[in-house]
Design a protein around this ligand. Structure first.
Ligand SMILES: Cc1cc2nc3c(=O)[nH]c(=O)nc-3n(C[C@H](O)[C@H](O)[C@H](O)COP(=O)(O)O)c2cc1C
Length: 220
């Protein structure tokens, strides 16, 4: 099985981290990946290391975050929520393949603005905590393939594999509000309104492409 599919199966949100530092070589690898995806997307994602203050606040403690000292600041144009989800999750899955753990964080942190740059027309969409977890996390409850698909014909294997991978994706409050519709040999991905659903949709589309072994040309 390829590494990204393994990452999809093994990844769970991890909120408690050990004090083991991320090795320099892995930091450099993450920086390279982030540069590559910033260039592809126009986002301004930034890896912040050895910065404990963002998760040293009531919201983070209340949200059961412990020991977070590294994170990715998901900065980008205000209207680029789906890209933020898509490319952020590409980084999450690469980090998982390096033996690191992660958690997308929309609310449970405070801003430490001196550690990252936010350009005009950009905003900090959210953070991704990253590091060595004290555990590997646990599987989330999930909707079924039938709950999140519209498919008039018999479901092709590749489409089912894509949806199964999307059902393993992280979503805010585990809401899984995405839908995949098979139209001819293309797929229409949509979402219902709600908190962070456009980011969730980008994350789910990233998983779908990997699970179905297709590229962006699949989308209607
Ligand atoms: C956009 C987004 C925002 C999230 N925000 C938070 C958050 O603020 N606090 C938190 O504890 N978890 C947060 N999560 C993690 C979700 O709760 C988690 O992905 C979901 O429960 C599914 O669990 P899993 O990631 O272990 O599969 C967020 C996830 C996403 C995708």
């Amino acid at each position: 099985m390829n590494k990204l599919k393994e990452s999809i199966i093994n990844r769970h949100s991890v909120r408690a981290y050990s004090d083991k530092h991320i090795e320099d070589a892995k930091v450099a690898e993450l920086q390279d990946i982030i540069l590559k995806y910033n260039a592809a997307s126009g986002l301004n994602m930034q890896l912040i290391t050895d910065e404990p203050e963002a998760f040293n606040c009531f919201l983070a403690h209340y949200g059961k975050f412990r020991g977070v000292r590294n994170y990715i600041a998901m900065v980008g144009p205000k209207d680029q929520k789906e890209a933020c989800g898509y490319y952020g999750e590409r980084i999450v899955l690469a980090a998982q393949a390096m033996g690191l753990n992660t958690c997308w964080v929309g609310l449970s942190y405070k801003k430490v603005k001196q550690r990252y740059t936010i350009g005009n027309d950009e905003k900090l969409h959210l953070l991704i905590a990253i590091g060595y977890g004290t555990s590997q996390g646990v599987s989330h409850r999930s909707k079924s393939v039938a709950d999140v698909t519209i498919c008039k014909e018999e479901m092709p294997d590749w489409f089912k594999a894509g949806v199964e991978a999307a059902l393993l994706a992280p979503t805010a409050m585990n809401q899984q509000k995405f839908r995949f519709e098979l139209i001819g040999n293309k797929v229409k991905a949509t979402t219902f309104p709600g908190f962070y659903t456009k980011i969730d949709l980008g994350i789910a589309k990233c998983h779908f492409e990997i699970g179905a072994e297709v590229d962006k040309s699949i989308w209607l």
